[in-house]
Design a protein around this ligand. Structure first.
Ligand code: PEP
Ligand code: MG
Length: 548
């Protein structure tokens, strides 16, 4: 951080969540803590307050669906989908029953909804999957809106924005970003958040720079008038001097030129100069993201996370519901390959319907394939849904957290069992190739044996890095140990590629490293032939490959 020297402007570092460089006036968005007007109610108020709560839920749902509709027209499906997910949260029967129980115990409805919201949010926040953990903010956002409705509280601020500005805030919820008048947000800077928080998703789809996760240091900058934001490098300059402003102007020009060049790479097939074909695919969190990924030039789906279907609700999805979701994404991609990863939740995630033990060390616990193999009630319906959806396109399946060849053997055995069952039932099933994620050092070391039983490998660098370097992937202090660009990690990826080559199967990478321009040449050199990443990173990855 550059605070040395009198004239040196203060630089704050965070996570680059949406590319671009901008200098502009700062608009500080502070949220007043929403305190319940009353903590308790009397016995004779119970019925009226239960009614009051239901009305507030309906009012919030109505507002959310209006905002969703507006965004569907003005911004796109992805933004609208956020509001649909919020409607589901607002109408969640467990949330309602939790609040109603508290009201019956004489808690005021506003205190009850805030408390239940916080309980849920904490449960989400503890989950190790960054994407799911980010949903904690959604729960807080929705329950705050219901509490605000109950107290006839009008949140003010962002909707008053007139001068195009860079918005600085502790965090920005979807309901905040939706209130910003069109064209007035030049960038976002938040103290909290990760690349997969909604503020980051919003910024990327609005095409404005964002730096998130700056930490509490950002609050020290809340008296600033101007800021410069570099959403690619992930830093912010507070009250930039003329030299910094000039530097940012140059960056803007370079980026504008780069964006224009990248446009032409969106829909090309990525090949190295020698003609080696590298498939550039997208990582998807839900079937609704398929169209957007295709528009960025995705040549397939390298990782379809199935966790959301399970986590964003309070009961397990049925086989049919899973089938519909898997079929939707498979059909959207037609002949292109879609790789679905079976459920990857860990011992710290409270999955409804599954008896999960408390674990001292969930990262090293009962997660991924370990849990699936021991929970046929969870695993079999998922595999049956996959096999059925496989009939509508080019669907493949892979297993997470494999550390032992025996796990792959058992998983394939269960898959075969499901196939036979379905055939007996006369259901239509697809071929569905089976792959393994290489995300434990054990899997990379045992790659020669795994390769005998798999149709492909997909390297999960996020976990492979944390397990190889013994560095918790979520610990901000260990940033220098959180890159796949480490000899030990590259050695393991190289070993897996070598083992795959021996038997003629292919290797992809679906962790964050796949979209990092600096790492792509190394991965390709090691023998990787598929790279799967967040959709907006696709055009640049294609360009990098084409220059190799
Ligand atoms: C990985 O570990 O690299 C991966 C892709 O899986 P996740 O990030 O979901 O653990
Ligand atoms: Mg992983």
């Amino acid at each position: 951080m550059g605070e040395e020297g009198m004239s040196e402007p203060v630089k704050l570092f965070g996570v680059g969540a949406s590319e671009g460089a901008v200098v502009g006036p700062a608009f500080i968005h502070t949220v007043e803590e929403l305190e319940p007007e009353r903590e308790s109610i009397s016995e004779d108020e119970i019925e009226a307050e239960l009614q009051h709560f239901q009305e507030a839920v309906e009012a919030v749902t109505k507002k959310l669906s209006e905002t969703g509709e507006r965004l569907r027209e003005s911004a796109g499906e992805e933004e609208a989908a956020i509001f649909e997910a919020h409607i589901e949260l607002a109408e969640d029967p467990e949330l309602s029953s939790g609040v109603e129980e508290r009201i019956r115990n004489l808690e005021s409805p506003e205190a009850a909804v805030l408390a239940v919201g916080e309980e849920y949010a904490e449960m989400f926040a503890e989950m190790e999957d960054e994407y799911i953990a980010a949903r904690a903010d959604d729960v807080r956002d929705v329950t705050r809106q219901i509490a605000a409705e109950l107290m006839v509280y009008e949140a003010k601020g962002l909707e008053t924005l007139e001068v195009p500005s860079i918005i600085l805030a502790r965090s920005l919820a979807p309901s905040d970003t939706a209130r910003i008048p069109k064209g007035t947000a030049l960038g976002f800077v938040t103290a909290e958040g990760s690349k997969t928080s909604h503020v980051s998703i919003m910024a990327r789809s609005m095409g404005i720079p964002a730096v998130v996760g700056v930490g509490s240091a950002l609050e020290g900058a809340f008296d600033t008038e101007t800021v410069a934001v570099d959403g690619g490098e992930g830093y912010v300059v507070v009250d930039p001097d003329p030299d910094t402003v000039a530097e940012f102007e140059r960056k803007k020009e370079v980026m504008a030129e780069e964006r224009a060049t990248l446009e032409e790479f969106k829909h090309v097939e990525a090949r190295t100069r020698e003609g080696r074909r590298i498939e550039i695919s997208a990582n998807l969190g839900s079937a609704d993201e398929a169209e957007d990924a295709l528009s960025w030039g995705a040549e397939g789906v390298g990782l379809f996370h199935t966790e959301f279907l399970f986590m964003e609700r309070k009961e397990l999805p049925s086989e049919d519901e899973q089938y519909e979701a898997y079929k939707k994404v498979t059909e959207a991609f037609g002949e292109k390959s879609v790789i679905l990863r079976t459920l990857d939740v860990g011992g710290d995630k409270d999955l409804p319907g599954v008896d999960q033990p408390h674990e001292e060390n969930p990262f090293l616990g009962w997660r991924g394939i370990r849990m699936s193999l021991e929970t046929p009630s969870l695993f079999k319906p998922q595999l049956r849904a996959v096999l059925r959806a496989g009939a509508s396109g080019n669907l493949k399946v892979m297993f997470p957290m494999v550390a032992d060849v025996e796990e792959l053997r058992k998983a394939k055995e269960i898959l075969d069992e499901c196939r036979k069952e379905l055939e007996r039932e006369g259901a239509e099933v697809g071929l569905v190739e089976v792959g393994v994620m290489i995300e434990t050092p054990a899997a990379a070391i045992c790659a020669p044996d795994l390769a005998q039983k798999a149709a492909f490998f997909s390297v999960g660098t996020n976990d492979l890095v944390q397990y190889t370097l013994a560095a918790d992937r979520g610990n901000e202090r260990l940033r220098n140990l959180q890159s796949a660009d480490h000899p030990a990690v590259l050695k393991l990826i190289g070993d897996a590629c070598e083992a795959a080559r021996e038997v003629g199967i292919w290797v992809g990478v679906c962790g964050e490293a796949a979209g990092e321009p600096g790492l792509i040449p190394k991965l390709v050199e090691l023998g990787v032939t598929e790279l799967s990443m967040s959709a907006p990173s696709i055009p640049r990855a294609k360009k990098v490959v084409s220059e190799l």
